[in-house]
Design a protein around this ligand. Structure first.
Ligand SMILES: NC(=O)C1=CN([C@@H]2O[C@H](COP(=O)(O)OP(=O)(O)OC[C@H]3O[C@@H](n4cnc5c(N)ncnc54)[C@H](OP(=O)(O)O)[C@@H]3O)[C@@H](O)[C@H]2O)C=CC1
Ligand SMILES: O=C1CO[C@H](CO)[C@@H](O)[C@@H]1O
Length: 285
């Protein structure tokens, strides 16, 4: 893939442009830490922030965005519907709550966080369909520009598409050399969904891997930069998270090198070294 800068975008299947790297915020504590991290990210050139109601930091993300003075239209903000809020009425309320927390008039992308919460296990398909209907209405009302899913597998997508009038644009899944999830990526591609790569660094667990370190020294970059570049080379959209200024900055300095096919193959063969994606049908939340 031929990317040149953090300003490059992918085009979603509804025509909306999405910046090719998003700033992750899971486990970024609400308050000063989240505000500072987002501020540093925006200064470093990130324009795409990935948060979720479940991360508990939407308010701080919103405050940092406001303080930055960056034009709202130059930002891309994603948040997600938490498991407790599935269903038509609850989803409507959850969307309004996220808008209120973030202090924005619209969201760029809103995702169903998990397809099969424990509390919905006997009626997950109906719950997703109802949540989706509320999300579609929010699109019609101008509250959301694009809607998508996260942690969905083929069966969840097939069910959703039976009733969806607006097609999902994104499936955000765990994607890194430890789990390529080729079956899910294949389905995403077939359906025209962009694969967003969460935990691109294996939540930090891949950074000490010998193969990753060896390739990092071959190309003169850090392990994190190699993993983020790996994601882009695959056509995924990586969402690296950090609360440290120097890492936040370094994680977007990935446009001055490439990985050759031998290096990509070596990384692709690291299956399981840092765990596998959680099965959404048995996940305990
Ligand atoms: N939809 C979903 O279900 C999920 C979505 N996500 C999204 O994806 C994002 C990223 O995934 P996440 O699992 O958080 O983790 P990442 O794979 O992005 O790894 C983050 C970890 O790596 C460390 N780190 C980051 N950059 C560097 C660097 N350059 N050098 C050394 N260490 C570094 C961070 O430390 P430190 O912060 O201390 O700097 C942190 O411990 C999330 O924040 C969230 O937005 C994640 C999980 C599930
Ligand atoms: O985004 C996420 C971060 O971690 C959570 C677990 O604690 C997940 O539920 C969720 O997918």
């Amino acid at each position: 893939m031929n990317f040149h800068s953090i300003e490059d975008t992918y085009t979603l299947n509804n025509g909306v442009e999405i910046p090719i790297i998003g700033f992750g915020t899971w486990q970024t504590p609400d308050g000063d830490i989240a505000k500072h991290a987002v501020e540093v990210a925006l200064n470093a050139g990130y324009r795409h922030i990935d948060t979720a109601a479940a991360y508990g930091n939407e308010k701080s993300v919103g405050q940092a965005i406001k303080k930055s003075g960056i034009n709202r239209h130059d930002l891309f903000i994603t948040t997600k519907l938490w498991n407790a809020d599935h269903g038509y009425q609850s989803t409507k309320a959850a969307i309004d709550r996220s808008l209120q927390n973030l202090k924005v008039d619209y969201l760029d992308l809103y995702l169903i966080h998990w397809p099969n919460p424990v509390a919905m296990r006997d009626h997950w398909a109906e719950a997703n369909a109802e949540s989706w209907r509320a999300m579609e209405e929010a699109v019609q009302a101008g509250k959301i520009r694009a809607i998508g899913v996260s942690n969905f597998r083929k069966r969840h997508l097939d069910e959703l598409l039976k009733t969806a009038e607006i097609k999902p644009v994104v499936n955000q899944i765990m994607l890194n050399p430890s789990d390529l999830q080729s079956d899910v990526v294949k389905v995403n591609n077939k359906l025209g969904l962009l694969s967003e790569a969460y935990s691109p660094l294996g939540t930090g667990g891949l950074l000490g891997n010998e193969t990753v370190k060896e390739i990092a020294s071959e190309v003169g970059k850090s392990p994190a930069q190699v993993l983020i570049r790996w994601s882009l080379e695959h056509g995924f959209l990586p969402l690296p998270k950090s609360v440290h200024d120097k890492y936040i900055q370094a994680n977007v300095e990935v446009f001055d090198f490439n990985l050759n096919s031998e290096q990509m193959n070596k990384l692709d063969s690291l299956h399981g070294v840092s765990g596998l994606a959680t099965d959404p049908d048995t996940a305990n939340f």
